[in-house]
Design a protein around this ligand. Structure first.
Ligand code: BT5
Length: 330
């Protein structure tokens, strides 16, 4: 049932004009009455479908309110989101996925909420997640990797988000080490990776993705308005949240599979391509001193590589970086 509906949506999407009931019934190998019933189900979930006599059907507009059904129907992935849960309001999608992980839910399980009332960032910071304006989702991963490689998953996710933004708009996204997505020096997205591990094996990862999509400037808390933004604010257009989620999940699946197959090299290159201030000079403060350096890239363990003026390359794991004139400063 569900896969027929997925195929039906695909057929409707791939056709420029209308597609007839006859064609659909043949392609799907179901009766015309069954086609008609499926159309009604789609309408119930918010699809607007035009039916023209002798021409057939055409999707005129997509649901603006997302649901587990509509998210899954358009998702042509092999493992990610095969189990997908959508909620109107939660405290944090991270906590829900932690519980699901403990209950044995599979790799690729996804939880999405319209609103989080206790959205969290790293180190117990808050993540503002207003209703219907953004993507607040967590993905359960069970990678066959040792815990030291967990930071690679965060870096990989940042490249997926940057690629999605670049593919779906004319914006020029950048990744600020370690894991913020910036557009025009402002943060539009953050990633939170939480891990449960044994000494030599990751049990599971809860990968949290927060992305500001359709907020207007007034929707952002005043305390962060100078350094945060949304895709809509920066692109001047409203984004379809559902399609954006699907696009992230699709790209994530391919990138993740490639990474597990072939290793970190490709991810590293992509990260450096989008890396904020890579190749530029910044001021760095560590516990011991403050110095100037040129950022040159990342290490496979997630460290930031910075070259001192006299040539020495430093690996940074935690440091305060002054991102410079016109730049992002937390
Ligand atoms: C992050 O933390 O950037 C990780 C954010 C992860 C959020 C997702 S949403 C789905 C899942 N469920 C959760 O509960 N969390 C994850 P960090 O680098 O620590 O950045 C947090 C800081 O970003 C805050 O202290 C604010 O300064 C700023 N901030 C808060 N909300 C923001 C927003 N909506 N947009 C941009 N910046 C924000």
């Amino acid at each position: 049932m569900e896969s027929t509906r997925k195929q039906l949506i695909d057929l409707l999407e791939n056709e420029q004009g209308h597609i007839s009931g006859q064609q659909l019934s043949e392609a799907l190998n179901i009766s015309r009455t069954a086609v008609w019933k499926h159309m009604n189900e789609l309408k119930k979930d918010g699809y607007e479908i035009e039916a023209v006599r002798r021409k057939g059907y055409k999707i005129v507009s997509y649901p603006d309110k997302i649901s587990g059904n509509t998210l899954q129907w358009g998702l042509d992935t092999a493992w990610i989101g095969q189990q997908l849960y959508h909620y109107d309001q939660v405290e944090s999608t991270q906590d829900i996925v932690h519980q699901m992980a403990k209950q044995g839910k599979p790799h690729g399980t996804v939880v999405i909420a319209d609103e989080q009332v206790k959205g969290k960032g790293r180190m117990a910071r808050e993540w503002h997640s207003p209703q219907g304006k953004g993507i607040w989702m967590s993905i359960l991963l069970r990678p066959p990797l040792p815990p030291v490689q967990a930071p690679q998953i965060t870096l990989l996710t940042a490249t997926v988000l940057a690629e999605m933004v670049a593919a779906e708009s004319t914006l020029d996204p950048q990744i600020k080490w370690p894991n913020d997505i910036l557009v025009n020096h402002k943060k539009v997205s953050g990633i939170l990776t939480e891990m449960q591990a044994e000494q030599d094996r990751i049990q599971y990862i809860v990968l949290g993705i927060g992305m500001n999509v359709n907020q207007d400037a007034v929707d952002l808390p005043p305390a962060i308005a100078h350094k945060a933004s949304s895709l809509k604010e920066e692109s001047g257009m409203e984004w379809n949240i559902q399609r954006t989620i699907q696009s992230i999940l699709r790209t994530f699946e391919t990138t993740y599979d490639q990474f597990i197959d072939k290793g970190f090299e490709q991810v590293k290159a992509k990260w450096e391509h989008y890396g904020y201030r890579i190749g530029e000079r910044v001021t760095i403060s560590t516990m011991r001193d403050t110095w100037e350096a040129t950022l040159i890239g990342i290490e496979s363990d997630g460290a930031l590589r910075a070259k001192r003026d006299y040539g020495k390359v430093e690996k940074l794991y935690s440091a305060e970086i002054h991102w410079g004139e016109g730049g992002y400063d937390a």
